[in-house]
Each structure stands twice: as structure tokens, then as C-alpha cells.
Design a binder for this molecule. Structure first.
Ligand code: CA
Length: 224
């Protein structure tokens, strides 16, 4: 699980993030809200933990911007102010849960875990592009009614590209999804995965383009 924690209280941020790491989660910490929307576009996080009282734009405004860009990421708000208005506002703006400081770290982890589980269940869906279908729960791809046989690598890469249809996805984003990817692997190693995937999916009426110097883009083949 990969969590973005936005908390300007450095000792608190450190104790939360080390508790997450102790559980085997990855935790990135930001002390400010401004960079959060861009960070979420770049990295595939599983959840956002957002303090309300932040320097610069506060947690509520950060949340509004995150939701405004269409992110459905589970969000747990933290507030030192035990004020009903903050909680109501947070929930209205699309927070999934909140915790009032001080809280037990174990409770934070348990609530976050529950949020992510619920989110994954809601996400159970089929992604579709032209004749290509991808079941995000069963992690199965089909062209029309025909199952498509994919390697584990091709499978994670395809799911992500389908979620980002029409957008250029950087090479690093894709290699970051592959659990056993060796950091020193050459660009050719990814290109090999992509060319095999391309050959399998193109009969579905989709096109997997290499955007030189940037990454890859999946789109429907233009008609005609
Ligand atoms: Ca704060």
C-alpha cells in the first residue's frame, strides 16, 4: 500500500510514516498542500491522509482541488480542531473519513486500511476501450468475448494504461508498477514488454503508441 501523508507537524508526520513503514506500507510525506494534486497525477497512490491545518492552502482547499481533478482516491482527514464545521466541510468536499487529534496510530492505520478495502470493492469494474475489456478485480483481459493471455507484467501495465487512456504515461510510472523490475534495466527491457503487449491488444482496435522521450499512450484506433 502506498500512502501520501500531508502533515506539517514534522514529528507527527515522522511517527505516522514510520508506523506505516513498519506495516510494510510505503509512505511519502508532504508538509504542504499545494503540490498534492500534481503528486497524485504522477504516482499511483492508494490513499491520501490530509491534515486540515496546513501552511498555505489548507487541507480542505487541497481536498477540493484533488476532487476537482477527478481523483476518487480514499482520503482520511486529520484535524486538531474538534470543530463540527471542519468535519462537515471535509465530508462535503469528498473526504471519506476523518480523525481528531490526538489519535492512536493503530486507529489511523486500521481506519485507512478499511477505507482502502472499501474503495477497492467499489472499484470493481470493467475498463473498456474499443473491443478491449479489462476486469480490474479478476485482473483478466478480453477482446470481445475471447480471453487474452497476458504475462503478469503485461497485465499490470495494461490496467494502468487503460486507466490513463489517451494520456501519455511515463516509462518510470510503468516500471514502478512492475514488482520485480530491476532498477538498472535498460529501456529496451520495457520496450520488449510493450511490443509483446502491443501485438496482443492491437486486434481489439486499440493502438499503443511509443511517444519518443516521454513514454507510452494507449488509445482507440481512429476509425477509417
Ligand atoms: Ca497542521
Amino acid at each position: 500500500m502506498h500512502v501520501l501523508l500531508v502533515e506539517d507537524d514534522a514529528p507527527l508526520a515522522e511517527s505516522i510514516s514510520s508506523a506505516m513503514r513498519a506495516r510494510g506500507w510505503r509512505a511519502d510525506v508532504s508538509a504542504r498542500g499545494e503540490p498534492v494534486p500534481a503528486s497524485l497525477m504522477q504516482d499511483p497512490y492508494d490513499a491520501l491522509v490530509l491534515d486540515i491545518g496546513l501552511p498555505g492552502i489548507d487541507g480542505l482547499e487541497t481536498l477540493r482541488r484533488v476532487r476537482a481533478q477527478g481523483s476518487m482516491l480514499p482520503v482520511l482527514m486529520l484535524t486538531a480542531r474538534d470543530a463540527i464545521e471542519d468535519r462537515v466541510l471535509g465530508l462535503e468536499r469528498g473526504a471519506d473519513d476523518y480523525l481528531v487529534k490526538p489519535f492512536a496510530l493503530a486507529e489511523l492505520l486500521a481506519r485507512l486500511h478499511a477505507l482502502v478495502r472499501r474503495h477497492e470493492q467499489r472499484q470493481s469494474q470493467t475498463l473498456e476501450l474499443a473491443q478491449l475489456r479489462f476486469d480490474t478485480v479478476g485482473r483478466r483481459a478480453q477482446i470481445g468475448d475471447q480471453p487474452l493471455h497476458l504475462s503478469a507484467r503485461e497485465c499490470v501495465v495494461l490496467q494502468y494504461l487503460m486507466l490513463k487512456t489517451g494520456q501519455v504515461v511515463a516509462r518510470d510510472q510503468l516500471t514502478g508498477l512492475i514488482p520485480d523490475w530491476a532498477p538498472g534495466s535498460s529501456d529496451n527491457a520495457l520496450e520488449l514488454v510493450m511490443s509483446r503487449l502491443r501485438a496482443k491488444i492491437e486486434p481489439a482496435g486499440v493502438r499503443l503508441r511509443t511517444v519518443r522521450g516521454l513514454g507510452y499512450l494507449l488509445e482507440a484506433t481512429p476509425a477509417g
